[in-house]
Design a binder for this molecule. Structure first.
Ligand SMILES: [Zn+2]
Length: 119
């Protein structure tokens, strides 16, 4: 890739070009996640709701952990850095709990459907 085309890509990324490839649910989720990251930086724990797109949240929260913004704190303010990592940990755990529950529910429903098909 030439230097010029790299610059064009960087420009495109900067002007939220990729955001236009998101579908409405992904875009709304992305905006929500950005708000959550502001709270996590406090550090505060934003509320996880059942209807959130948990997989997208977990993915973006893990990216946030290693973002330059957060990594910088490791040197500038190690205590805050630790507190933020812990806040992200417990926030991600809450998202995982909802995924776990919906998996359990579908296993239960499949089992029930199977039982019904035999009776
Ligand atoms: Zn979240």
């Amino acid at each position: 890739m030439s230097y010029i085309s790299k610059l064009e890509w960087l420009d495109a990324l900067d002007s939220d070009y990729l955001k236009d490839t998101l579908d409405p649910a992904e875009r709304a989720t992305h905006d929500l996640i950005c708000e959550e990251h502001c709270l996590l930086l406090e550090p505060d724990n934003p509320k996880v709701e059942q209807w959130h797109l948990h997989n997208q949240h977990i993915f973006e929260h893990n990216l946030f952990r290693i973002s330059p913004e957060v990594r910088q704190l490791k040197y500038e303010n190690p205590e805050l850095y630790e507190a933020i990592q812990q806040a992200i940990d417990s926030h991600i755990m809450e998202h995982s709990r909802y995924i776990g529950e919906s998996v359990d529910q579908s296993i239960y429903q499949n089992a029930k459907a199977l039982l019904n098909s035999y009776s």
